[in-house]
Design a protein around this ligand. Structure first.
Ligand SMILES: Nc1nc2c(c(=O)[nH]1)N[C@H]1C(S)=C(S)[C@@H](COP(=O)(O)OP(=O)(O)OC[C@H]3O[C@@H](n4cnc5c(=O)[nH]c(N)nc54)[C@H](O)[C@@H]3O)O[C@H]1N2
Ligand SMILES: Nc1nc2c(c(=O)[nH]1)N[C@H]1C(S)=C(S)[C@@H](COP(=O)(O)OP(=O)(O)OC[C@H]3O[C@@H](n4cnc5c(=O)[nH]c(N)nc54)[C@H](O)[C@@H]3O)O[C@H]1N2
Ligand code: SF4
Ligand SMILES: [Mo]
Length: 878
């Protein structure tokens, strides 16, 4: 169909001319709907706005976007229509992204603490002063031990700059935030198939079992994937069944919402597997060819996981499990998606593994409409590269000695390692991290740590704002916002791999500098003439020059212009055009572009096979490296695992006394819960990102408080109605908040969202609206239009730090609480966390680690395990 050629500009002109516009309007409105985007006009001057592509980083999904600039100011953001995953659409948070930059409470120049730690007294200093002091402190630390320099990041999208910095200093002491994020999901999957995430092919599937992912509101890839979920529903009549303890908007959009008892998804998934195997609905050919177990072994192993057994644990009726198993196994194609729901529990890795088994059992792996491997791209690092540090830190972002299988670290236990003297810190760097707010124990644990000048003698924060953590810093080095800096990107957020960039849309505000430049400047201060061998790794003019070193030599991209192409388009490759009628990416002939499937069945070429040997089990080895697997007379690349198969049996787990086969463990303290006890769960709002969006008014206006969800049945027992104050008490602390009574939650659970209840983070987040901007920002008159006076209550102070002994994940969703009607002395917003009790809870949690006394008790089936002394830890996994 030919669309009338209409731009917003002509539309505005037509609609302004009354009369004739009336008849034309409906058709033009439709045309407007079908405009592809990528262009924009000032409603005042009608002039076309400058359009600059970038990659969104309000959250971590990394959507492709376009910023529109007028008179040097970013006035509007929208999705990049040429981006294969994003397809022209941003979520609410992405659309509001410029307010993240124009936050009047941003820190626009370096600051030095003048009062006591955390007291909020700051002095403006110059970059020269800041860099000199940081370099002096680093110098002193280096003399003692490079590993006393620690850097913890929350979200690192610098493309390798932080690690380069630490390796330049010779320090191995790096920490990420993944253990509070989704690490047990990753650890549940990696040994089985290689990567740490799946790509469900929602738009082509007929059936989805969703275990605890709020894909329409949060979850990894929620903007690109929710588009595909909608397509699956509309175009394909797909059925979606969501397991969640809470009626999330994803559960609400699903055909069925199944409220499971917290932490029991694994039992349900195993029982679904039991029915599939019992009734012979599995894909035997796939299992016997592509996994390291046989159908017979699985049938035997799954025998005890009956629907009746799972019903007792999860509350999901056995009949429902039977039905879902049949629907899932007989509808083709079908897929599974999980996110943090199953993973953030004491034995989250087992839960994830049990869910992952369902597409494996039914052969839905790597099929159109199935459960697919992620597709991403990488980029080379500038040369020369600093060597890996010679000495291992006690723990780092992929290794903790008590959690040898937790390949993404266990950073939420770091404070305890410091309190108890296993990790020594002279200089602590933080980058885009806010554990004082986002981690279990929050201010009671992390706040106490950062206040202690003996334990943290010097604290440098590379941040854009003063959040709850940065409030404790000695020096703040002000970073640029994502709309002002260079960064390389790639995310496997659809079935088509891509590379993208962030580039400065506007010049950095104030004196802010981008991180890679800050890090370079620190190194240059430490090693001005290069004699210490550090400077050589930091040879670049500016952020753009560094990007050239990533992008100018990538085959394919190089031919079309390397970084220059990305500066113009934001993303590479451009797979096709967005079809305005369907919203899909199509080729020149108008047909939807196809994804590649069955990647594991790619055949090795003759030249690949040159000099390769085939072992008796089929493994194809070349130069000492497994490059593929021989199956049915053909040489395939196989899966990206060491044995090129799907490892249903994970032998590495057995080395530490964990069950190598799919299994389920109940959370012991849930088994002994008393009648008046409930499980506290926490979740994310669709319009907020962690602690980061608290200063964005467009979003705060939509959501600014977080009452506790409670089931009517439960609320009745304790006599509370919506709006009443409740006291929520765990074994480590209590808080006072408001109740929101809703059928949309399991009667044995309560839920408090994260994202509200700030005590730092600027005037909007804390509702201290009468103060003035302090750190270089200009007043925002819109702050005067804040009509709400309730900022919510943040729950993390009452959540103990417990880690999954396999995956290392924080058990966010396991906290047992007692909820009562608030007493006369309780005030809304009261929070309290007892440090000693947090410490005890942490020690109790360690009893489940492979060296702990409860480990064996939890694993009677592993009686043959020789024990921790014999299970030689492989040492440091770097
Ligand atoms: N809007 C928004 N989107 C985001 C983010 C954000 O901050 N805001 N952050 C990004 C990041 S870092 C992450 S890690 C992802 C997280 O994405 P998700 O994991 O999808 O989101 P969460 O809200 O963390 O948790 C998912 C759901 O688990 C449920 N749940 C709790 N316990 C259980 C259980 O035992 N079983 C089941 N089945 N469900 C349970 C919660 O009620 C919640 O609805 O989102 C990403 N996207
Ligand atoms: N109760 C509860 N707690 C949770 C969760 C939950 O669902 N419930 N979710 C958890 C999850 S999934 C995650 S991933 C973690 C996230 O937790 P964190 O990794 O701690 O993430 P943020 O809250 O995003 O903190 C980022 C901090 O970085 C700084 N910052 C913001 N933008 C920039 C920037 O552009 N540059 C620099 N240099 N600094 C910047 C600010 O100081 C900000 O406070 O939270 C976890 N905490
Ligand atoms: S999901 Fe939203 S906030 Fe996250 S990257 Fe995409 S558009 Fe930005
Ligand atoms: Mo996360």
């Amino acid at each position: 169909m030919d669309m009338p050629k209409v731009t917003r500009r002509t539309f505005l002109k037509v609609s302004a001319a009354a009369g004739g516009a009336a008849a034309a309007a409906p058709r033009l409105l439709q045309a407007m709907e079908n405009e592809l985007g990528g262009r924009d006009y000032s409603p005042v001057t009608m002039a076309q706005r400058q359009a600059i592509p970038y990659t969104c980083h309000v959250c971590n999904i990394q959507d492709g976007a376009i910023a529109f600039v007028e008179n040097g100011r970013i006035v509007k953001l929208e999705g990049n229509p040429e981006h294969v995953s994003t397809r022209g659409r941003l979520c609410a948070k992405g659309n509001a992204g410029m307010w993240y930059t124009y936050n009047p409470d941003r820190v626009l120049y370096p600051l030095k603490r003048v009062g006591a730690r955390g007291e909020g007294k700051w002095k403006r200093i110059t970059w020269e002063e800041a860099l000199t002091e940081v370099a002096q402190r680093l110098d002193a630390a280096l003399k003692e031990d490079p590993n006393t320099i620690m850097l913890k990041w929350g979200r690192d999208r610098t493309g390798g700059a932080l690690i380069r910095f630490m390796h330049t200093l010779g320090s191995d002491n790096t920490m990420n935030h993944t253990s509070v994020c989704e690490s047990s999901k990753k650890v549940g999957m990696e040994p089985t198939w290689g990567p740490d995430i799946e790509t469900p092919d929602f738009s082509k599937t007929k059936y989805v079992l969703n275990f605890g992912s709020n894909v329409l509101e949060a979850a990894y890839f929620h903007n690109p994937l929710s588009q595909r979920v909608t397509e699956g529903r509309i175009d394909n009549h797909m059925k979606i069944v969501t397991f969640d303890v809470r009626l999330s908007n994803t559960a609400g959009y699903s055909d069925e919402w199944i409220p499971v008892f917290p932490g029991t998804d694994g039992a349900v998934a195993l029982a679904i597997g039991h029915v599939i195997l019992r009734d012979d609905l599995q894909d035997s050919e796939f299992i016997n060819t592509w996994t390291n177990v046989t159908v017979e072994e699985l049938k035997e192993h799954y025998k005890s996981f009956t629907p009746e057994w799972a019903e007792k644990i999860s509350g999901v009726p056995a009949a429902t499990i039977e039905r879902l198993a049949h629907e899932f196994a007989t509808t083709k194609p079908a897929t599974v998606f999980t996110y943090r729901g199953p993973a953030k529990h004491l034995y989250g890795s087992y839960n994830e593994k049990a869910c992952m088994m369902l597409p494996i059992l039914t052969g839905n792996v790597e099929k159109a409409g199935g459960y697919c491997l992620p597709r991403g791209m990488g980029w080379p690092q500038p040369n020369p590269k600093p060597p890996k540090p010679a000495k291992h830190a006690y723990a780092n972002h992929h290794y903790h000695p008590l959690f040898p299988l937790a390949s993404h670290g266990v950073s939420h236990l770091t404070p305890f390692d410091i309190f108890e003297g296993r990790t020594k810190v002279n200089v602590y760097f933080t980058y885009m991290d806010n554990p004082v707010y986002t981690n279990p124990g929050a201010q009671a644990v992390w706040g106490r740590l950062f206040k202690d000048e003996k334990l943290i003698p010097f604290f440098v924060s590379i941040s854009t704002v003063i959040g709850e953590e940065t409030a404790y810093a000695d020096i703040i080095l002000p970073d640029c916002m994502f709309l002002e800096r260079w960064e390389p990107e790639s995310m496997p957020n659809s079935l088509w791999p891509w590379l993208g960039i962030r580039q400065p849309i506007i010049a950095p505000l104030g004196e802010t500098r981008e991180t890679r430049v800050i890090l370079r400047d620190i190194i240059h201060k430490l090693d001005p003439d290069g004699s210490r061998g550090m400077k050589q790794y930091w040879n670049f003019k500016d952020g753009e020059d560094y990007m050239r070193q990533h992008f100018d030599n990538i085959p394919g991209l190089k031919d079309v212009g390397g970084l220059d192409f990305l500066k113009k388009k934001g993303v590479w490759p451009i797979y096709g055009k967005l079809d305005p009628r369907t919203g899909k990416v199509v080729d020149k002939t108008g047909r939807e572009i196809k994804a590649e499937y069955e990647l594991y069945k790619k055949e090795l070429s003759d030249s690949d096979m040159m000099g390769a040997t085939i072992e008796p089990n089929g493994l194809i080895v070349k130069n000492g490296k497994a490059i593929g697997i021989r199956r049915n007379g053909k040489n395939y690349v196989g899966f990206p695992t060491p044995n090129r198969l799907l490892n249903v049996r994970v032998d590495e787990w057995a080395k530490y006394g964990f069950n190598p086969m799919p299994t389920f463990k109940r959370i012991p303290w849930h088994e002994t819960m008393k009648d008046d006890e409930l499980v506290l769960t926490t979740y994310k709002f669709n319009v907020h990102v962690q602690s980061r969006t608290a200063s964005v008014k467009w979003l705060a206006e939509i959501v600014h408080n977080n009452p506790m969800w409670i089931n009517p049945e439960t609320a009745k027992k304790i006599g509370v109605k919506t709006g009443d104050l409740v006291r929520v008490e765990s074994k480590v602390g209590y808080l006072v908040t408001k109740a929101y009574v809703t059928e949309g939650i399991h009667p044995k659970a309560v839920a408090i969202a994260t994202g509200c209840g700030h005590w730092e983070y600027g005037r909007l987040a804390t509702l201290k609206l009468n103060e003035k901007p302090q750190f270089g920002g200009t007043e925002d008159p819109d702050l005067k239009n804040v009509w709400w006076d309730d900022k919510g209550v943040h729950p993390n102070i009452i959540i103990p730090a417990i880690a999954d002994p396999i995956g290392g994940s924080q058990a966010w969703y396991d906290t047992v609480v007692r909820v009562t009607k608030a007493g006369p002395n309780d005030k809304y917003g009261d929070v309290f966390g007892d440090f000693q009790k947090h410490l005890e809870a942490y020690r109790e949690g360690l009893r489940f680690t492979y060296k702990g006394d409860l480990h064996r008790k939890m694993h009677p089936e592993m009686a043959h395990w020789p024990g921790p002394e014999q299970s030689q830890d492989q040492g440091h996994h770097s």
